[in-house]
Ligand binder design. Sequence first.
Ligand SMILES: Cc1cc2nc3c(=O)[nH]c(=O)nc-3n(C[C@H](O)[C@H](O)[C@H](O)COP(=O)(O)OP(=O)(O)OC[C@H]3O[C@@H](n4cnc5c(N)ncnc54)[C@H](O)[C@@H]3O)c2cc1C
Length: 464
Amino acid sequence: MKVNDSNNSIGGSTCKITDEICLPDSNVPRVVIIGGGFSGLALVEKLKHKEVQVVLFDKNNFHQFQPLFYQVATSALEPDSIVFPFRKQINGYKNVLFRLAEVEEIQPSSNIIITNKGRVHFDYLVLATGTTTNFFGMENVESHSLGMKDIRDSLNIRHMMLQNLEEAAITCDDKERDALTNFVIVGGGPAGVEMAGALAEFCKYILPKDYPEYPASIMNIYLIEAIDELLSTMSDKASSKTLKYLKDLDVKVLFNESVSDYDGSKVTTKSGKTILAKNLIWTAGVKGQFPKGIDEKHVVRGNRLKTNFFLMVEGYENIFAIGDIAANISQHTPKGHPQVAQVAIQQGKWLGDSLLKIINNEGVKPFEYKNKGSLATVGKRKAVADLGKFKFAGYFAWLLWSIVHLLSISGFRNRLMVGFNWAVSYFTYEKSNRLIIRNFKKETNNEQIIPKTVNKEKIKHTTQ
Ligand SMILES: Cc1cc2nc3c(=O)[nH]c(=O)nc-3n(C[C@H](O)[C@H](O)[C@H](O)COP(=O)(O)OP(=O)(O)OC[C@H]3O[C@@H](n4cnc5c(N)ncnc54)[C@H](O)[C@@H]3O)c2cc1C
């Protein structure tokens, strides 16, 4: 909210700068948090009812549960069951305020942030802005493929997939039909593996019911991985079991391959292979995102901000970074901590416990990450688990994965909705309604990447 003159007042605030965002006056330190992801929200939870004024900024008015994006993309869940409004989350937290705005710049010398709605003064600033998809400079790939870093990306993937399957039923051009029904997923990490498994199950259980005109073999799913194993951050057992699960589901896994070009219809790999596909989902990398204004010498590999052991961005005493954006580099973590939810949550909680002590010059112990293990699922009743020395796969790993994810989702209603959907799907193999609510168009250089309209007179269906 912009305030136009110094007499304006909302909730006890008196704004002195003309484009200042309206906030109540307060005589306790103001902690501004940019980003309400896993780390930002964990910090808010710890700072509620404490002797600080907390102002949370996010460019969305909701928190997103990224680990289940692939389920929205494949119509297993509706988007509103994995996003949660910040205002509902902070209901009753008297010292916490939310402002919907995108932070564009930080001015560390004057302790000011500049947003697309106005400016705000901070005493302490916490960057919890996470990451965005990294296409490694491949402009063609970026223009024509879809990443999976936002709930809108998941919905775009869902609409692209459903539209292309409909177009495939219309066209009588065999090559075009192949391209419309081939799916290429790039990146064999958890997001790529889970997406490939979910798509393969869609192909196995939904396709024959919804599209009886297609032969079962029409949908090909390729998973391209640049090295020679999947889930490289997990154990060898998890990696090889995942490969077996995917092969059982007919996913074609290409190792030691990387995508070098994509024109919207044809994927070209570094070794010169080509795959006709109008569906390319990119999960092969992320890079840190944060507003301008931080000295570049503190930015390290992956566009992350180098912090000390107290999660202070190097070179600043009142600016902190937590979650995916933070690179807490040590002898044990030469590349920083892994960019996963557990690290983000633990850093948010640690800072919430330590910030007041840091403000009051009391001693605090450095942040230490406690790895509770990793889980990944490849489809119904199939998952892999690395929990310290316990490494297992199969039904119990899947059950554990389901419980952990269900309990981690924000909001009781959301948990109930996800639990209900999973229960229905467990017994019936059904997914939620596969509706094309809006026409998906990917705009690139004034060109729309949508399936070609075909001459309806030429319609010919494949045999069942
Ligand atoms: C598809 C997918 C699957 C994943 N699966 C798993 C998994 O199974 N297990 C696991 O542990 N981890 C998983 N992760 C990783 C995990 O989601 C991240 O590690 C975690 O979200 C990082 O939390 P964060 O708080 O650092 O950032 P985020 O959760 O990304 O939150 C960043 C927030 O900052 C906001 N923001 C960014 N820039 C600005 C700005 N300039 N102004 C205002 N607001 C801004 C964003 O809107 C967002 O709300 C997955 C990630 C993806 C994308």
